[in-house]
Design a protein around this ligand. Structure first.
Ligand SMILES: [Fe+2]
Ligand SMILES: [Fe+2]
Length: 235
């Protein structure tokens, strides 16, 4: 999946860099480099145009890429950790990430829907609807976990009061159903987009939306695994 040996270099074009490493988009934004519509330019040309020192920029970009790879491949056996620590981890990494990505993708989706409406309107309308449904599902789901289930579990783990257990078990059943529902929408999106393969004539924003959806799905799989299998298994 991810090539650790990959390195960003001046000769690559901007679109290619964004599709291999979606996080580069934020760095490009920071330097006001238009990776979207000026995406055919090589990085070298784009940097020269903006008078940005190439070596310095490459160093920054590659170290961001390295931590991205490291983060993605870091595996911790959460079954051996305290449930409290796991809940914190789920909120700080998976929930924060999901909230941010849903907003970012939503913004980009509206953009490509307009720009590519004439050539890809049919697919994009379907995608827009599916994504809208996913966004509502997940946003509500995360709030329910943070406001209902997790506080109840925290209390239960602290004093093992059997009274709250029944309520927790009911919440767990509902939560698992919601996980299935979100997973089903993502599977539909995966099918519609041919496993997140952007069309040949899709611009860099189009590609970015697809790679962000792909990453969102991968993150959600890990997130759901940590909840259904690890956290709920601790009750
Ligand atoms: Fe969650
Ligand atoms: Fe969840």
């Amino acid at each position: 999946m991810m090539d650790v040996k990959y390195e960003v270099s001046g000769g690559q074009n901007l679109g290619e860099i964004v599709s291999v490493f979606p996080g580069s988009a934020e760095i490009f934004n920071e330097y006001k480099i238009d990776y979207c519509c000026g995406g055919h330019d090589t990085l070298k040309e784009a940097l020269k145009e903006k008078n940005i020192p190439e070596q310095e920029f490459l160093k920054k970009m590659n170290s961001a890429y390295e931590s991205f790879v490291k983060e993605a491949s870091e595996y911790k056996d959460w079954r051996r950790e305290e449930p409290q620590k796991l809940i914190k981890h789920i909120i700080n990494s998976h929930h924060q990430y999901t909230k941010k990505e849903l907003k970012d993708i939503d913004f980009l989706m509206t953009k490509i829907l307009k720009v590519h409406f004439k050539s890809h309107g049919e697919e994009l309308l379907k995608l827009h609807r599916l994504f809208g449904g996913l966004k509502i599902e997940l946003e509500e789901h995360l709030v329910k976990e943070e406001e209902n289930l997790f506080p109840l579990m925290t209390e239960y783990f602290a004093n093992k009061d059997a009274e709250g257990l029944e309520e927790i078990q009911q919440f767990i059943l509902d939560t698992e159903e919601e996980h299935d529902a979100a997973g089903d929408i993502l599977k539909e999106i995966e099918k519609l987009t041919g496993d997140f393969t952007p069309p040949e004539d899709g611009c860099n924003t189009y590609r970015l939306v697809y790679s962000k959806l792909d990453a969102l799905e991968k993150d959600l799989f890990m997130h759901i695994y940590l909840e259904n299998t690890v956290l709920f298994g601790m009750v």
